[in-house]
Ligand binder design. Structure first.
Ligand code: MD6
Ligand code: FE
Length: 207
């Protein structure tokens, strides 16, 4: 595994997962899932997305970017729940809060191609991911496309930290294993990825 990659299985217990799903249902009612499309081609993603926080990641024909508002409603994204910020504080080893929480929803057959999270300005912060619902097969390689890759199963309640050398590694979701979790009424998987987007005004001290 690339250095700086940390898999924390079962970081959230079942009651914590249920409480988080309850909160997410209310937030998604305010900021509904949308289907992003690929830049240029306009090909739709198989994953539906929404965001929480002061900045949200979107993709449309114009490109990938962070923006402060929902592309359909025009409203600011809802704020990131305290329980999610608490996970960031516990695992990120980064002294500033995340600005973006991308919420990915995988229904039957959805997957995510290999990509790097590189639309941020601040790479000193890790990306922290929280998985809920059905188990996913997560693939991770190196910092260059076409290198060796390996897979890791992400189950409900797992936290994955991509920091250090792993921060800019290619990764994706090969598939979601239906029926592996009872957390979500309609099955499927929800993944939250927390990111620091901008460089803080006061840079983090070296430790
Ligand atoms: C997913 N995750 O788990 C997709 N990115 O659904 C990601 O793309 C991801 O898990 C950066 C860091 C951690 C991740
Ligand atoms: Fe990613």
């Amino acid at each position: 595994m690339p250095s700086g990659l940390r898999h924390l299985p079962g970081f959230l217990d079942r009651p914590a997962q249920e409480a988080l799903v309850g909160k997410l249902r209310a937030l998604v009612a305010e900021a509904p899932f949308f289907t992003p499309v690929m830049p240029r081609t306009g090909r739709p993603f198989t994953v539906a997305m929404t965001n929480l926080g002061s900045l949200g990641w979107v993709s449309d024909r114009a490109g990938y970017r962070y923006q402060p508002t929902h592309p359909d409603t025009g409203n600011p994204w809802p704020t990131i729940p305290e329980a999610v910020l608490a996970v960031w504080r516990e695992v990120s080893a980064y002294p500033h809060p995340p600005e973006a929480c991308l919420v990915n929803h995988y229904r039957e057959g959805a997957k995510m191609g290999l990509h790097r999270d590189e639309d941020e300005e601040e790479f000193a912060a890790p990306v922290v991911s929280i998985s809920l619902g059905d188990t996913a097969v997560f693939r991770i390689g190196g910092t260059e496309r076409g290198g060796k890759t390996e897979t890791l199963k992400l189950s409900s309640g797992d936290v994955l930290v991509m920091g250090g050398e792993s921060r800019l590694c290619y990764h994706g979701i090969d598939r979601v294993l239906s029926g592996t979790s009872t957390l979500l009424r309609d099955g499927g998987r929800i993944n939250l990825t927390l990111r620091r987007v901008t460089k803080p005004e006061t840079p983090s001290q070296r430790r």
